[in-house]
Design a protein around this ligand. Structure first.
Ligand code: DON
Length: 305
């Protein structure tokens, strides 16, 4: 049997001095302060064993990885009705692109691009106040991870609220099409707080267990098996934006990235994996995070294909 602890320790060591580390996001100022030398990895196996390497206990801004948890909550709230408001196709465009919205009637291609996640927040606010939706999200990830210390980084949330001009444009544009029903500021405030969740690789890998376990996490059913499969399918096809095809080709696992440099990847029935390295590639996905996952999959054979 492969020794996963030794394997990921080896990967962390190999990547420690890699020169092509990508570029740390700077359009959200607090993210630019995170050193690009950080690297963490956590693997939670189906039997509950946890393996960690590097800076796996250090919380980072999960950013767009929160879109997986937001989607799960929205499907729980409105079920397949959600698909009237957002599509299920890869966009082939950047995560913050606006172009397709013009010809596609303000319906974003999928829930993992910014426009799609903003609609998902609006759907949640159809039933909840922003404060309640943010509280629900925090309780949800704490419960999934089995860790009450998970928190939202208010500095990051505020930085996005002060800037975030593209997201403001996206939300207003979709509102003009009637696909944002709430107050734009409240919808965005909720979205920014979700993105500002701070979690470590360990916490994130723990939170991803329900997607590894056919909807079951730690003996508790979180979503149906069918829904877990479908969320994984969306992560595979759309989780890395216009880089999703390459991620599927190289890694072959459902995965979701964030501009904080994190990636959550799922080997169904086998493992829930989180990796963090802040430097990003041109599509806004962790450069070394993808490389680490590629090596892990090559050495374990965990691709779904
Ligand atoms: O809305 C934004 O631009 C960020 N809060 C999240 C973007 C993101 O994480 C894209 N991911 N790779």
């Amino acid at each position: 049997m492969t020794d996963i602890s030794a394997l990921i320790a080896g990967i962390a060591e190999e990547l420690r001095f890699a020169d092509n580390r990508g570029k740390v996001a700077n359009y959200i100022p607090p993210l630019a302060l995170v050193p690009d030398t950080r690297f963490g990895m956590a693997v939670v196996m189906a039997d509950g064993t946890v393996h960690t390497a590097g800076d796996a206990e250090e919380p980072f801004s999960i950013q767009s990885i929160s879109k997986v948890f937001a989607l799960t909550l929205a499907l729980g709230a409105v079920g397949d009705q959600l698909w009237h408001r957002v599509g299920r196709e890869p966009s082939g465009s950047a995560f913050h692109s606006i172009v397709q919205l013009e010809t596609e009637h303000g319906i974003p291609r999928n829930p993992f691009i910014n426009a799609g996640a903003i609609v998902v927040c609006d759907v949640l606010l159809g039933r909840l106040q922003p404060r309640e939706a943010i509280g629900q999200m925090l309780r949800f990830v704490r419960e999934l991870a089995g860790d009450d210390t998970i928190a939202i980084d208010e500095t990051v949330a505020r930085a996005e609220q002060d800037g975030g001009f593209r997201n403001k444009a996206l939300a207003n544009y979709m509102r003009a099409f009637g696909n944002i029903e709430g107050e734009v500021d409240l919808v965005l405030g909720t979205y920014f707080h979700f993105c500002a969740l701070a979690m470590s690789c360990r916490q994130l890998a723990m939170a991803g267990r329900f997607l590894m376990g056919g909807g079951v996490s730690d003996g508790h059913r979180v979503v149906t098996e069918k829904r877990a499969r479908r969320i994984n399918a969306l992560m595979m096809s759309c989780g890395h934006y216009d880089n999703s095809g390459d991620f599927a080709y190289r890694i072959g696992l459902p995965g979701k990235s964030g501009v904080g440099g994190g990636i959550l990847a799922v080997a169904p029935g086998i493992a829930s994996i989180a990796v963090w390295s802040p430097g990003l590639n041109a599509s806004g996905n962790s450069q070394l995070g993808q490389l680490a996952l590629e090596r892990l999959v090559q050495r374990t054979g965990w691709s779904v294909f």
